[in-house]
Design a protein around this ligand. Structure first.
Ligand code: WT7
Length: 653
């Protein structure tokens, strides 16, 4: 079993620095610096080598990388199909009968479902044939609004197979959120289910799906029967998945896609109220998904990889679908809640299926910390050899708890920094190299480079903080556009100019070896339990309620969720503030965005602090919820509003 050598580099500020043991290195795909050195010398050539080695191309590229700021392209004029690479390639080898997906349903008495690579190949081919028969053509958009069931990967790969562009929407988002995204994507078909299980309850998803379809260009809806709910099926529009599959062809030719054809759109929050459709392209995305999966998690054929993220997020796309399947790994997929029927469900799954590589979010780790170490210690977790984390900065306490209580002090913790926009991980230590330092993600993935700049655009020295940027050649999996909105795409290249992709994250240069500590978003985007949410989006939702005149949302630090939204709300004159109304506003948020966006607190206020030009001073609200000095209020139009708010908030600062 792997034992880390605890070796402290004296020149750093941190005693908790871990390195892989020789034994661990022996097996690791990447174990020495040579790879970093080679990549730095000629990043494009390095990626070309990886592209050739990792994937099968129908036609090779004429040019590896082209940069016409702010646009870049990878593997120009090359042709490939991602579903072919994730399936057809493997079924020609011994992996044909290897488990691709081990699916664990939430009801504890329901049996798991194992799909071998051949099973998955067959189902994807059949569903791809179905999509075609429904009139879906290359380039058409298909909405996917499904829970964590294998049909979600089947649907995604089927789209990829015929060259349709999928847009997956998180199943806990409301029908209204779905609708907004489907309108923007101009989707033709929606794939959904009757429902799913969550904490023992049957959730009806079709009701939300129906709301989401209204007023969109969606012509057909395919419904997976997961729970057996009695749902409303619209004649001529809605079809049962299993009925359509009855007569489906078992083979569907994979469509050759240009490397720069879009593979999917995934909506995410920006600083405005309207979510943006992050557009990823086929070749570059697949190459980055393949190599980051293989190297970050040191995946070998005997591994069982479990990424706990929902498929509705980019982590689910890249590490709960494309990455593991492209490398031919076995991955685990779990339908339900971590605490059903009890708080040890995850650890019971790890033990039962012998999970070896486990990837989750800091918010989940902190939740388990709070539930207590008795839950994981009831289970034998010796199968785990690598731990991963993603989604927000991880605090040292949570890192060490994860390392000790889940990893038994044996397993490297890979803290991967990336974004929906980057398609795959970008900054983290590699398991066979290290170092593993709590709160320090690590270095740029080989073949990519980042810098940390100060306000004036000057790189900061080690030990200093600034803003994280990426420089050319931009990673192959990076976004290529914002769907139908190039202006919003260009914003990423506006802050420091076209040479720099601006991440909106604060960062600190940890040492002279390129290790980086991430310090959180610097824009109006919150990370609530790892989920990305814009203050503007939530403000829009709340102000759309008839009782509300005005609203300002700020993020407040939270022990488990990292951050939570606090909403300051001004009501219409005739409306009486009440707890009942607070409940109603929460319900309204649930219906408009989804429960993930629920404000932790709603504070009613007659007036919000404003500048003379009428702008709400969110800085003051932030200080209030953090119990920090509010600073100068003399420039306010209504300084007396602050006193009232202090009382409402219970300000102690
Ligand atoms: C934002 C992107 C990338 C998949 C899930 C989130 C924060 C992400 C880390 C990390 C510190 C992190 C950043 C980033 N973030 N990973 N390891 N350490 N911060 O994707 O929803 O697009 O959010 O998540 O602030 O900008 P996303």
């Amino acid at each position: 079993m792997f034992k880390p050598v605890m070796w402290v580099r004296k020149d750093t500020q941190n005693d908790n620095m871990f390195w892989p043991s020789d034994e661990f290195k022996k097996k690791a795909w990447v174990k020495d610096e040579s790879l970093y050195t080679e990549a730095t010398k000629d990043p494009a050539a390095f990626w070309a080598k990886l592209a050739r080695e990792g994937l099968e191309w129908f036609k090779e590229w004429d040019e590896t990388y082209q940069w016409k700021p702010p646009y870049y392209k990878w593997f120009l004029n090359a042709k490939l199909n991602v579903s072919f690479n994730a399936l057809d390639r493997h079924i020609k080898t011994w992996r044909r009968n290897k488990a691709a997906i081990i699916w664990v349903p939430e009801p504890p008495n329901e049996k798991e479902r194992v799909l071998t690579y051949f099973d998955l190949y067959r189902e994807v081919n059949r569903f791809a044939s179905v999509l075609k028969s429904l009139g879906v053509k290359k380039g058409d958009r298909v909405g996917i609004y499904l829970p964590m069931i294998p049909e979600v990967q089947i649907a995604m790969l089927a789209c990829t197979r015929i060259g349709a562009i999928h847009s997956v929407v998180f199943s806990a988002f409301s029908g209204k959120s779905l609708q907004e995204r489907m309108v923007d994507a101009e989707a033709k078909v929606l794939v959904t289910s009757d429902g799913y299980y969550r904490r023992g309850k049957q959730i009806n998803l079709k009701v939300e799906a129906d709301k989401g379809v209204e007023g969109t260009s969606i012509e057909k809806v395919v419904v997976v029967k997961r729970v057996g709910l009695n749902v409303n099926m619209v004649e001529g529009r809605d079809y049962w998945w299993h009925e359509l599959l009855e007569n489906a062809d078992n083979y569907c030719e994979p469509e050759p896609r240009d490397s720069e054809d879009p593979i999917f759109i995934l909506y995410t929050s920006g600083t405005t109220g309207k979510p943006k459709g992050v557009e990823h392209h086929t070749g570059g995305y697949a190459v980055q998904a393949y190599w980051t999966t293989k190297w970050d998690f040191d995946l070998h054929d005997e591994d069982v990889f479990w990424c706990t993220a929902d498929i509705g997020w980019i982590t689910g796309h890249t590490y709960g679908c494309y990455g593991p399947l492209l490398v031919g790994a076995t991955m685990l997929e779990y339908e339900g809640a971590p605490n059903h029927p009890q708080q040890d469900r995850w650890w019971s799954i790890v033990e039962t299926y012998g999970v070896t590589v486990f990837y989750t979010a800091p918010t989940a780790i902190r939740m388990f910390m709070q539930w207590g170490e008795n839950w994981p210690s009831k289970h034998n977790l010796d199968s785990i050899r690598i731990l991963g984390t993603v989604g927000e900065p991880i605090n040292e306490e949570a890192w060490l708890w994860y390392f000790n209580k889940i990893g038994g002090g044996r397993c490297p913790v890979i803290d991967t920094w990336w974004q929906t926009e980057t398609g795959g991980t970008l900054i983290n230590s590699l398991p066979g190299i290290g170092p593993f330092i709590p709160t320090v993600a690590g270095r740029s993935f080989p073949g990519t480079s980042h810098d940390i700049l100060d306000e004036t655009g000057k790189p900061v020295p080690p030990g200093e903080g600034g803003y994280l940027v990426q420089t050319s050649p931009f990673a192959p999996g990076m976004l290529r556009n914002i769907w139908k909105n190039p202006e919003r795409y260009k914003e990423y290249f506006r802050v420091y100019g076209e040479e720099y992709y601006y991440t909106s994250d604060g960062a600190r240069r940890w040492d002279e070896f390129g290790n980086i500590r991430l310090t959180g978003r610097v824009d109006d985007v919150m990370k609530v339990a790892g989920h990305r949410l814009s203050t503007a989006e939530l403000e829009n939702a709340i102000t759309s309620h008839e009782a509300v005149v005005e609203c300002a949302v700020v993020a407040s630090p939270h022990d488990i969720k990292g951050e939570v939204p606090i909403a300051f709300v001004t009501l219409k004159k005739e409306t009486e503030p009440s707890d009942q109304l607070k409940k109603e506003l929460i319900k309204h948020v649930d219906a408009t965005i989804g429960p993930t966006a629920r404000p932790d607190r709603i504070i009613f206020s007659n007036e919000l602090p404003k500048t003379r030009s009428g702008k709400i001073m969110r800085r003051i609200l932030k200080s209030l919820v953090r119990n920090q000095p509010v600073g100068d209020t003399t420039t306010l139009m209504n300084p007396e509003s602050v006193q009232q708010l202090k009382e409402e908030v219970g300000f102690k600062g």
